[in-house]
Design a protein around this ligand. Structure first.
Ligand SMILES: Nc1ncnc2c1ncn2[C@@H]1O[C@H](COP(=O)(O)OP(=O)(O)OP(=O)(O)O)[C@@H](O)[C@H]1O
Ligand SMILES: [Mg+2]
Length: 294
């Protein structure tokens, strides 16, 4: 979906196309030699029924504190990889290691009992679909705390939910509302508050702003970048939009038909991409950014 170039507004700056958040492309998260990556995916394959190979021999790593972008056209396997990594679905082949420990062998239906379940959280593309319509915003955020951290109802649980709401800019008086009583941007904040509630180490963002208006997109991207920096989170940031990934990530994986066609640092991909498919994605971004090139 083509749209105007999203921007991340500086906190006190007025919205504008050329306003950028300084430091997004820092060296945060580059692997420290000798330390294992936080996430390592090796030769991952996912075959669905009727011979659909959605993910085909995919390998990549994410260091602690690093933000890795996953881009590709619709159907290239981005969501399937996201679901495999957070263990909502089982791989057909390959390994997933988290903090050096294999998590890919454990069946997805029992992964909720794994001690690392709380460390890997996901924000889904469509906040409306991913929030339980029968849960208030408070309940949406409290649910993983009860289930994964075994927190009981009481002052500590309430304080944690309120802290997450505050960190994601959700007014506290909205916590009693149900999803249908919230705007798209407010629902997105609930989805992010829920994902950070257990203080994960890896946050998977599957097109977290695709359903949002451009101005709200920019605010949510700013929010995510701030959370990441404050908490030293690692991100797997999925988007079909290379511009968004360029702003949010240090390295980029380009996927096509379930396979990696290119992987490299943000700057390298934009300057030196070899693959014609990657070049086409970049050219599309540049043409959208600068209408004079059209
Ligand atoms: N449950 C499923 N059963 C069968 N095929 C599936 C299933 N889920 C996804 N697929 C197929 O796997 C491929 C990859 O789908 P996936 O949702 O991972 O793509 P995507 O890159 O996230 O696309 P989009 O940008 O549209 O969200 C597609 O061909 C899709 O039709
Ligand atoms: Mg998808």
């Amino acid at each position: 979906m083509a749209g105007p170039e999203p921007v991340i507004p500086a906190r006190d700056a007025p919205m504008g196309r050329d306003v950028r958040l300084k430091g997004v492309h820092g060296t945060v998260g580059l692997p420290i030699p000798g330390t294992p990556p936080l996430l390592e995916v090796q030769k991952l394959v996912k075959r669905y029924d009727r011979g659909v190979v959605a993910v085909d021999d995919v390998s990549f790593q994410i260091a602690a504190g690093e933000s890795l972008g996953l881009v590709g056209e619709s159907g290239s396997g981005k969501s399937t990889i996201s679901r495999l990594v957070c263990r909502l679905i089982d791989a057909s082949e390959g390994q997933i290691l988290f903090d050096g420990q294999s998590i890919g062998d454990q069946p997805s239906r029992s992964f909720h009992a794994s001690p690392v379940r709380k460390d890997i959280q996901i924000v889904f593309q469509d906040p409306t679909e991913s929030l339980n319509p029968r849960f208030s915003a408070f309940e949406c955020v409290a649910h993983p705390l009860r289930r994964l951290l075994n927190m009981k109802d009481g002052a500590a649980l309430t304080a944690r939910v309120r802290e997450c709401a505050t960190r994601t800019g959700l007014p506290l008086d909205l916590l009693e509302r149900f999803p249908h009583q919230l705007s798209g941007g407010q629902k997105a904040r609930v989805g992010i508050a829920r994902a950070i509630a257990c203080r994960p180490r890896l946050l998977i963002l599957d097109e977290p702003t695709a359903a949002l208006d451009v101005s709200v997109q920019a605010i949510i991207l700013q929010l995510l970048d701030g959370l990441r920096r404050q908490d030293g989170l690692s991100l797997l940031f999925v988007s079909h939009d290379l511009n968004v990934v360029r702003m949010m990530c240090e390295r980029i994986v380009v996927l096509r038909l379930g396979r990696i066609v290119e992987i490299g640092s943000n700057d390298t991909i934009f300057r030196e991409a070899q693959d014609p498919y990657t070049r086409a994605l970049i050219d599309a971004v540049l043409n959208i950014s600068d209408p004079r090139q059209n």
